[in-house]
Write a protein of this length. Structure first.
Length: 118
């Protein structure tokens, strides 16, 4: 079983930056592909970004391409989401998740709130 804890959320003005972190414990982090998702009020949880277990491959939602960067440090059991050029529509609770099978995420953190003011 893997436990995930996100941090780094907060309030930022439009155009600003934040870096989210997600620390894993209790399992074999380096074997898991990891993803970031977000959920805005009244909306479904949406995919944001994914990184392969070794960090060689990444994938992004079209809405964040060129602005967000996912990375990981397997020595620190941590996955990051660098968010630049933030927009008010990026406001959401952001979750990291561990992928146990293709497109199946069974491990989830508690989420961290990101609020972007206009």
């Amino acid at each position: 079983q893997v436990q995930l804890v996100e941090s780094g959320g907060g309030l930022v003005q439009a155009g600003g930056s934040l870096r989210l972190s997600c620390v894993a414990s209790g399992g074999t982090f380096r074997k898991l592909a990891m993803g970031w998702f977000r959920q805005a009020p009244g909306k479904e949880r949406d995919f944001v970004a994914r990184i392969s277990s070794a960090g060689l491959f990444t994938r992004y939602a079209d809405s964040v391409k060129g602005r967000f960067t996912i990375s990981r440090d397997n020595a620190k059991n941590t996955v990051y989401l660098q968010m630049n050029s933030l927009k008010p529509e990026d406001t959401a609770v952001y979750y990291c998740a561990g992928e146990t099978a293709p497109n199946r995420y069974d491990y989830w953190g508690q989420g961290t709130q990101v609020t972007v003011s206009s």
